[in-house]
Design a protein around this ligand. Structure first.
Ligand code: HEC
Length: 133
């Protein structure tokens, strides 16, 4: 190892060199792991990872689309476009998604998505839902 031989040349004892290299590589592993951990959760604003957002878009397009229409223009369930929802209360849409509506076909989704994810879906629906890739 380059660093180890430099230290030995400077007269450091082999034991010191061993301990120093061990500590140095431990510190570097911690730095490396921390960097990897942070780069995977790049979306600090919602706490929802990019991968999870992609999965949620698929869920809405496929599962919600089976009732609300594949283009979300309505079917058994009403249209869910930016235009049709612009007067809606986001809080009530979120509750509808999480808990469904009794006596209608709209089922509850809280077993599959959490509150933050429902908020994110409402936000996307209200500005025009993204296409699945
Ligand atoms: C089995 C059919 C069905 C599925 C699947 C379904 N819905 Fe619905 N949804 C409905 C029906 C029917 C209504 C209208 C309920 C009523 O009459 O008030 C509705 C209402 C809604 C509303 C309220 C719309 C408004 O203008 O008030 C939202 C938002 C909604 N659904 C979102 C979703 C989302 C998001 C999913 C998927 C996670 C989903 N729905 C899946 C049938 C469905």
């Amino acid at each position: 190892m380059l660093m180890t031989s430099t230290l030995t040349k400077r007269g450091a004892s082999p034991a010191f060199v061993m301990i120093f290299s061990t500590i140095f590589s431990s510190v570097m592993s911690v730095v490396f792991i921390t960097c990897v951990a942070f780069s995977n959760t790049a979306v600090a604003d919602t706490g929802i990872s990019h991968e999870r957002k992609t999965a949620l878009i698929k869920l809405v397009r496929n599962d919600c689309g089976s009732c609300h229409g594949m283009t979300l223009k309505g079917g058994l369930g009403p249209e869910l476009s930016a235009e049709s929802l612009h007067n809606s209360d986001p809080e009530s849409l979120r509750e509808t998604i999480l808990h469904g509506r009794t006596d209608t076909a709209m089922p509850p989704w809280s077993a599959f998505i959490n509150g933050a994810e429902a908020d994110w879906i409402v936000e996307q629906l209200m500005k025009g839902f993204p296409d699945a890739h």
